[in-house]
Design a protein around this ligand. Structure first.
Ligand code: A2P
Length: 335
């Protein structure tokens, strides 16, 4: 069982979803099956993850006429990749994700990044020197093309991913269909206070990707801090007889005389989390976060772990140093 947030579109989105980035083909179907089996009703996908067909195979087992779940009982998100920002490419990209997932509509379609790459079928179009080929397409034009997907009924709502506060406002200022979500990296080492309060005041729900610190990111190096191994988190977890992952994902359901939903850490702040796992026991564990509540002191303690560490920014080697790959792009969000 999960809890829900209500998006500005009126849709109810489960506060815990299964992340599928890095879930290898050959593993992701079993992961989605395990998730649906233990009660997940929210699956987070993207064209760029290269595994939507397999996610679709799992959804087909569970969802649809004559199956255990009706389509409207599962919240499915996908994302438009950077090479598909040209307004003429947006609908086809969305239809491809729908075909791979075996669905007639998405609950949510996000623009994966504000930067546009050169059009084409290559995920990462590159020059000979290895640098990315960008395109001049502005994310505002891409957004307007995404709005017509809502008009056509291909998606219930649209949103953003990796947009900063200024870019989010920029979209809101021109939107016919407002962004309902901004999905950003968020975990105790990157508490994202600024974008969270900005989005909250604009009624944009924040989804935390890599909520567990993404220890399996391909470019992880041994000298980087490993969130789930932080002994301070371990000590808190021990006090509650829970795992560090559960502490991060936990929230409290508190009944006053009125029924009041209290969220803790991610959830307390109205943040939806999409922990990735391909391990059935962990998938289950990550949903078992609704039966305990962190004390306000422990919430403050977790807040103090913030070190503004971004794990998920593509980097390249330049003059012997690792630097952010897209930092010179005019729409790079983190400068
Ligand atoms: P695995 O997929 O092998 O189970 P994030 O969601 O931040 O990207 O983190 C994903 C990483 O965290 C993966 O390596 C995943 O491993 C691992 N993970 C997911 N859930 C748990 C958990 N409950 N305990 C420990 N590690 C977990």
């Amino acid at each position: 069982m999960s809890a829900f947030v209500t998006l500005s579109s009126g849709q109810r989105m489960p506060v815990i979803g299964l992340g599928t980035w890095k879930s290898a083909p050959g593993q992701v179907k079993q992961a989605v099956l395990a998730a649906l089996d233990c009660g997940y009703r929210h699956i987070d996908c993207a064209a760029a993850y290269g595994n939507e067909r397999e996610v679709g195979e799992a959804l087909a087992v569970w969802v649809g006429p004559g199956k255990a779940l009706r389509r409207e009982e599962v919240f499915v998100t996908s994302k438009l990749w950077n090479t598909k920002h040209d307004p003429g490419d947006v609908e086809e990209a969305c239809r491809t994700s729908l075909a791979h997932l075996g669905l007639s509509y998405l609950d949510l379609y996000l623009m994966h990044w504000p930067m546009a790459f050169q059009r084409g079928t290559e995920l990462m179009p590159k020059r000979e020197d290895g640098s990315i080929c960008y395109s001049n397409t502005h994310y505002r034009d891409t957004w307007m093309a995404m709005e017509s997907l809502v008009d056509k009924g291909l998606v219930k709502a649209i949103g953003l991913s990796n947009f900063n506060a200024r870019q989010t406002d920029d979209i809101i200022s021109i939107a016919r269909h407002k962004p309902v979500v901004n999905q950003v990296e968020c975990h105790p080492y990157l508490s994202q206070t600024e974008i969270l309060s900005h989005c909250r005041s604009a009624a944009v729900c924040v989804t935390a990707y890599s909520p567990l610190g993404s220890g399996d990111r391909p470019w992880a190096t041994s000298d980087e801090p490993r969130l789930l191994e932080d002994p301070r988190l371990g000590a808190i977890a021990q006090r509650y007889q829970k795992s560090p992952a559960q502490v991060i994902l936990s929230r409290l359901y508190c009944e006053w005389n009125l029924s009041v939903l209290y969220h803790r850490w991610h959830v307390q702040r109205g943040v939806v989390s999409i922990p990735k796992s391909v391990t059935p026991s962990r998938i289950q564990q990550n949903l078992e976060v609704f039966d305990f509540s962190l004390s306000p002191e422990d919430i403050d303690l977790i807040e103090s772990f913030n070190r503004n560490t971004r794990f998920i920014v593509p980097t390249v080697e330049r003059e012997g140093k690792r630097v952010w790959r897209d930092a010179e792009h005019p729409h790079f969000p983190f400068n």
